[in-house]
Design a protein around this ligand. Structure first.
Ligand code: PMP
Length: 443
């Protein structure tokens, strides 16, 4: 362990910094994604090797981001590389369907109980956008109920309330419908009810008043951006009862959390949704999104009886490259692979919690399966507001992520960390040791 610490301290950022200087000439803010970690400037990557990233300056990092939880097998997973290489020789996109989309659809329909029918799109944002349209078309109602701080992509309605802050978030039980961007039409926020997570009273009260005009309750059962918070069983139960009583559809956004298990996150947490949105892991590292659900609801996409209620296309939807990469990924994620990954997840969470308990430092760890998040607070957060970081807490997390980087670990600061099947027991040990080392140096 000490050898790797010494080696990692010698990291240079010279070439990454030069690339960033050049990039700032072309991109507002220097990159194409607001979500890129940029503490001290972004680290430019030249390649990924299994569990690791290699940067422009030749340093190697254990990747706990995995492109925002997409790469469940890590980088350049050989079955994906093989399937994609074989497929692109035969062309990469067609206006016609291919058998590859049938194969991936069959796997998902067979595994995930709430998915009887499915449609593929190109991103999680698009999947959530179409799920909201489907819920509206099916119910003939407009309003969307969603939970404060959860991330559901960049669609106008989906992003209302995702970035609430103390300056604008309003009452605890009735958070403000803060639009995602300046200039968003006021009607967008009017049609979104934002509620606190894990609060049955607030939910009952709000649905009592907006239930009659609500098309769907949009929920990520363990909202990652809101703090990777554990859902309380009574809360999940209340959502199902109220939705049924008021003819509201439940849209379970599993773009990120499908990786929680062989049958996904809703199944794991006892939620029975009408629609599921998926993305990330099911594309094996290529762009993808999917909307799945009961055949009754999914019929809104069908043109069998004339123009579909919800027309849905997309130039690259179900392109063969994403389909074969996704299939190779998901086939390798059999029940054993999910169990092994979960075991590593349990080990890392236990190790981090043990280190925290030993040091008495004000930290806690949330997460399940292959996901975890370190919070700079002692009590486990139950809501977005509890997980919300003050400037001082952000500084603590910045120091932790810097410590990790200087010891060869890329730990996302404001997002969930995740494991991949490419990681070894030694990698897990290393994460725990480096965190322990940070705590003993700091507290
Ligand atoms: N929903 C959830 C729960 C997500 O985590 C994300 C992406 N982090 C999205 C939707 C949007 O997916 P994409 O970035 O593929 O558009």
């Amino acid at each position: 362990m000490m050898d790797s610490i010494v080696a990692a301290r010698a990291q240079s950022r010279a070439r990454s910094n030069a690339a960033f200087r050049e990039a700032r000439r072309y991109f507002p803010d220097g990159t194409s994604r607001a979500t890129v970690e940029r503490d001290g400037g972004p680290i430019y990557v030249t390649r990924g090797e299994g569990a690791h990233l290699v940067d422009l300056d030749g340093s190697k990092f254990l990747d706990l981001n995995n492109n925002f939880t997409t790469l469940i097998h890590g980088h350049a997973f050989p079955p994906v590389v093989e399937a994609v290489s074989r497929t692109i020789r035969d062309g990469t996109c067609f206006a016609n369907p291919t058998e590859h989309e049938i194969a991936l659809a069959a796997l998902l329909v067979e595994r995930i109980p709430a998915i009887e029918n499915i449609r593929f799109v190109n991103s999680g944002t698009e999947a959530v956008m179409f799920a909201i349209k489907a819920a509206r078309a099916f119910t003939g109602k407009t309003n969307v109920v969603r939970f404060e701080g959860a991330y559901h992509g960049a669609g106008d309605w989906a992003e209302v309330g995702q970035s609430n802050s103390p300056a604008n978030w309003g009452p605890v039980q009735r958070p403000s419908s803060v639009p995602g961007y300046r200039g968003a039409p006021a009607s967008v926020a009017d049609d979104v009810t934002v509620l606190p997570f894990n609060d049955v009273d607030a939910l009952e009260h709000a649905i009592g008043s907006v239930g009659g005009r609500t098309a769907c309750i949009l929920i990520d059962v363990m909202p990652s951006r809101a703090g990777l918070i554990e859902p309380e069983p009574e809360f999940i139960q209340a959502i199902m009862e109220l939705a049924r009583r008021h003819s509201i559809l439940i849209v379970s956004d599993e773009v990120l959390n499908l990786r929680q298990g062989y049958q996904g996150a809703s199944e794991r947490h006892g939620l029975t949704p009408d629609l599921i949105t998926a993305g990330k892991i099911i594309g094996g590292g290529f762009p993808i999104g999917a909307i799945g659900g009961s055949s009754e609801v999914m019929r809104v996409f069908s043109a069998e009886h004339g123009r579909p209620a919800v027309p849905q296309g997309g130039t690259f939807s179900a392109n063969p490259v994403s389909m074969v990469a996704g299939l190779a990924t998901m086939q390798a994620m059999n029940e054993d692979a999910f169990s092994r990954l979960e075991h590593f997840g349990d080990q890392v969470r236990l190790g981090l919690r043990t280190a925290i308990a030993r040091s008495g430092a004000p930290f806690c760890v949330t997460g399940t399966a292959s996901l975890f998040r370190i919070h700079p607070r002692s009590e486990l957060p139950r809501t977005y507001r509890e997980a919300f970081m003050s400037a001082e807490q952000e500084e603590t997390m910045r120091r932790l992520t810097r410590h990790c980087i200087s010891h060869g670990i890329s730990l996302p600061m404001g997002a969930s960390a995740c494991l991949s099947t490419a990681m070894t027991a030694a990698d897990i040990e290393h994460v725990i040791e480096v965190f322990d080392d940070f705590l003993s140096q700091t507290y």
